[in-house]
Design a binder for this molecule. Structure first.
Ligand code: ZN
Length: 139
């Protein structure tokens, strides 16, 4: 019985995404399909921005990833950036949608590099949620 409970207590992934309500439904639907056994969610305005630009936020987020890892043993970290993110000044801060996506691609790469130092055994994946309700993968 105890063993069954502890197995049921493992999840596939830990997902970091922004607080922005406009993307909750598409992000939930997407990861419900991708990680049907379940996933932990960490939500903070700007997603990767918290890892990269603010020491207190980075400390807080690394702690959240560690708690998820310790309690639920996820194998994947999913970092979700999104279009028109207010924490980055919104779409108006970029010359066009390609430039915006490219910027978020770079944010993902930097955050992934940072996290791979602390979680070398985890697979780190990046996603970009668009207002069109598509989710693109970041490399
Ligand atoms: Zn946002």
């Amino acid at each position: 019985m105890l063993d069954q409970n502890s197995v049921a207590h493992n999840c596939e992934a830990v997902v970091l995404h922004c607080i922005d309500f406009r993307f909750n439904e598409e992000v939930d639907n997407y990861f419900d399909k991708r990680f049907p056994e379940g996933y932990d969610v960490i939500s903070i305005a700007g997603s990767c921005k918290g890892l990269l630009n603010d020491e207190e936020h980075r400390k807080f987020l690394l702690e959240q990833f560690q708690i998820s890892y310790r309690l639920h043993h996820p194998k994947t970290i999913a970092l979700v950036q999104h279009e028109d993110c207010g924490a980055y000044g919104g779409s108006k801060n970029f010359s066009d949608t390609d430039a915006e996506q490219k910027f978020h691609q770079e944010e993902f790469q930097k955050a992934g590099k940072l996290l791979s130092g602390d979680f070398p055994e985890m697979d780190i994946k990046g996603y970009y949620a668009k207002l069109s309700r598509e989710i693109a993968t970041l490399q």
